[in-house]
Design a protein around this ligand. Structure first.
Ligand code: GTP
Ligand code: SPV
Ligand code: MN
Length: 641
């Protein structure tokens, strides 16, 4: 222990290295550079990062990724050899990974934001209350967490250097990162989810986000599942926004390990956005064309596993409408010089929830993952395909199923699910048949409306509109939703998930709300804000609204509102569709519009109380006055109902 600590104590894990370039060059060459890449061509900051990481993690060799087809093949071969993936011969270039059952979702409780002052990272909760809007770690504990885990963590392994761009290469809205990892699964996934490889190295200067990732090495020395090494006991995900630094240890799953996604594009991204005056949000972006030919773009923030991918790829049931996809998870949005809000999707692929996805609910997602896709924790079929809950009608009776643990599984016999509820497909965006022609436009697409929404089984109507921007910000801040399988939360409790950003905030939530309020300046065209809820349930526990493609009926009303049609009634909570303004023609099932739009005084009095409690206990003094006033306004209106 002492020996290790002594050795690493000479390394400062930061980018202010003073060692000169030629020395670094020699040091890097003393590792075996697996693909013969000449590190001399790299900017010194990049070399410093690689060198510091290599000295800390002690890999056997370093591989600087070029993103090529041949490199990807090598990665896939390596993973097949180690049993991390198996091929799915039913499709074209598709693969299935099964993880250690202890590494299946994001771990929010082990995700930290590091700042000198705690209140810069998180709101200070009321005495005796546990804060739920992010976890803070001190710089000292941050360093210690790294030194407790990383020294020698890559021994016997290859260290991959993954240069990637969040956003189209060269767009002014894009940002560059380098992820260092010892997981070929992460490399192959990053190649799908981001623009990755030599073309990024060509653009790189000293301004990039440093992402260090190791799957780790359990302290016990016992590796339970050699095909999926991880260290769940010591998993930790660290962010230092002012240093543009992300450090992740112990997990290879999704947002824990594909560091461009939640860690960079949302947590570090939201902090950069605050500094630079734009928004980094957990939002899908879609384009919708109405039968009259007018096209609008809409962004929507729903919490994890609450319908973003489905809405982003929707097949409208209303005739004459067309939806096209710009992105399904993250939006970076900035006002242009004409005061128009423009959005880019910083990602290059989809890491989508598999269960529930089918040709009935989301045919475009099904088509997207027929080739070049890595599936994780879904079930497999005897004819070399995939299976999950929701695909019951799509497989023949002669086909047998192997569940995500690798055990034989029979529907109606086994009382488990065949696929893990957070099982996913990782597929390139370009495979989606309805990608928008402007999805890679470096200028971004113009946003006309922002939707908030969550899983609310009761009380919250199908759709309502905010009275103005400020009211909309309050609605976003008050969002709540049923917990899902995307993180470690158990059960179906209704949790606060403001702006769908609770797990992804990069700084103090009160300051984040103030930043949203500050976006409203003279000369800017503020998008209209709506709240939607596809998840109302009847007394029988069934959804009251058919959802999926039928959500086009709600988008139709939203489009009418964007065009200024007066198709609304004013209520205490906001503007709701006036009677007959939501089209129901051609709907295959009866829907109870009364229940879908019921605004119950008792329910909303309770809701207001709950929001007030949330503000007081969780946000405290950091709550902007304007948001407090909006809640008071809501309270008064509800009391007068
Ligand atoms: P993340 O990738 O975790 O951020 O999730 P997401 O917000 O993209 O959610 P996604 O679209 O993958 O949907 C998650 C689950 O919700 C799936 O099982 C869907 O089948 C289900 N779902 C999506 N849209 C609807 C809808 O309109 N109605 C109902 N009832 N379920 C839906
Ligand atoms: C989410 O949880 O919101 C996801 C999946 O999109 S992950 O990439 O694991 O964060
Ligand atoms: Mn998401």
């Amino acid at each position: 222990m002492f020996r290790v600590l002594k050795r690493v104590s000479t390394i400062s894990f930061n980018h202010h290295s003073t060692i000169n370039a030629s020395f670094l060059n020699r040091k890097i060459h003393s590792y075996q550079l697996a693909n013969g890449f000449d590190p001399a061509v790299l900017p010194s900051m990049v070399r410093n990062f690689i060198e510091d990481s290599a000295r800390l993690c002690e890999p056997d060799s370093i591989h600087i990724c070029d993103g090529s087809e041949s490199e990807n093949k090598m990665m896939l071969n390596e993973m097949q050899a180690s049993g991390t993936i198996v091929s799915l011969p039913k499709y074209d270039n598709c693969w299935l990974a099964k993880t250690n059952p202890a590494d299946v979702a994001r771990v929010e409780s082990k995700t930290f934001i590091c700042t000198e002052m705690k209140e810069d990272a998180v709101c200070i909760p009321k005495k005796g209350v546990t804060g739920m809007l992010g976890n803070w770690i001190s710089p000292q504990d941050y360093e210690k967490a790294i030194l407790d885990r990383f020294p020698g963590s890559m021994r016997g392994r290859k260290m991959y250097v993954v240069p990637f761009s969040m956003g189209p290469l060269g767009s002014k809205l894009s940002k560059i990162g380098i992820e260092i990892t010892d997981s070929p699964y992460v490399v192959a996934s990053m190649r799908i989810m981001t623009r990755m490889g030599s073309s990024v190295l060509d653009l790189i200067d000293d301004d990039f986000v440093r992402c260090l990732h190791s799957i780790g090495r359990p302290a016990s020395g016992i590796i339970e599942m050699p095909s999926w090494i991880c260290d769940p006991q010591r998993t930790i995900i660290l962010h230092k926004a002012d240093k543009n630094e992300i450090v992740s240890y112990g997990s290879a799953y999704g947002g824990n390990a594909l560091l461009g996604k939640k860690c960079f594009a949302l947590r570090i991204g939201s902090k950069i956005a605050q500094r630079e005056g734009w928004l980094a949000e957990h939002m899908l972006i879609l384009g919708i064309t109405a039968p009259n030919g007018i096209k609008r773009y809409i962004a929507a923030a729903f919490p994890s596993a609450c319908g973003k991918t489905n809405l982003a790829m929707m097949m409208p049931t209303l005739k004459g409408f067309k939806v096209e996809c710009v992105g399904d998870d993250i939006a970076w949005m900035k006002f242009d010089k004409n005061g128009q809000l423009r959005a880019i999707n910083p990602e290059n692929g989809f890491f989508g929830v598999a269960p529930g996805t089918s040709y009935e609910t989301n045919p475009n997602a099904m088509k997207t993952c027929l080739k070049d896709t890595i599936f994780t924790n879904v079930a497999s079929t005897s004819d070399g395909g995939v299976y999950w809950e929701g695909l019951e009608d799509s497989i023949g009776t002669n086909i047998s199923i192997t569940d995500w643990h690798g055990k034989p599984w029979k529907r109606g016999v086994n009382n488990t699910t065949s696929a893990h509820p957070n099982s996913r497909f990782c597929a390139p965006a370009k495979n989606c048949p309805i990608m928008d022609s402007k999805w890679e436009d470096p200028e971004g697409v113009p946003i006309s409306a922002i939707l908030f929404g969550g899983r609310r089984p009761e009380g919250v109507p199908l759709v309502y509109e905010a009275y103005n921007w400020q009211h909309g910000v309050m609605i976003g801040s008050a969002m709540r939703s049923e917990a899902t399988a995307a993180a470690e939360h158990k059960g179906k409790v209704i949790m606060h998930d403001p702006m769908a950003m609770r797990p992804f905030l990069g700084y103090n939530f009160g300051k984040y709300l103030q930043h949203w309020l500050n976006m409203e300046v003279a000369g800017c065209k503020m998008p209209k804000i709506f709240h939607v809820n596809w998840f109302l349930k009847g007394n029988d526990g069934k959804f009251l609204w058919p959802g999926y493609g039928e959500n086009s009926r709600v988008l139709d009303w939203i489009l009418k509102r964007i065009e200024g049609e007066e198709c609304f009634d004013e209520t205490s909570i906001g503007k709701v569709p006036c009677s007959n303004s939501i089209r129901l023609d051609g709907l295959k099932q009866e829907v109870d519009m009364k229940k879908l739009f019921k605004i119950d005084k008792e329910f909303w009095l309770k809701e207001v109380k709950e929001i007030q409690k949330f503000y007081e206990e969780q946000v405290g003094n950091d709550l902007p006055e304007a948001v407090k006033n909006e809640l008071n306004g809501l309270k008064e209106r509800v009391e007068q109902m």
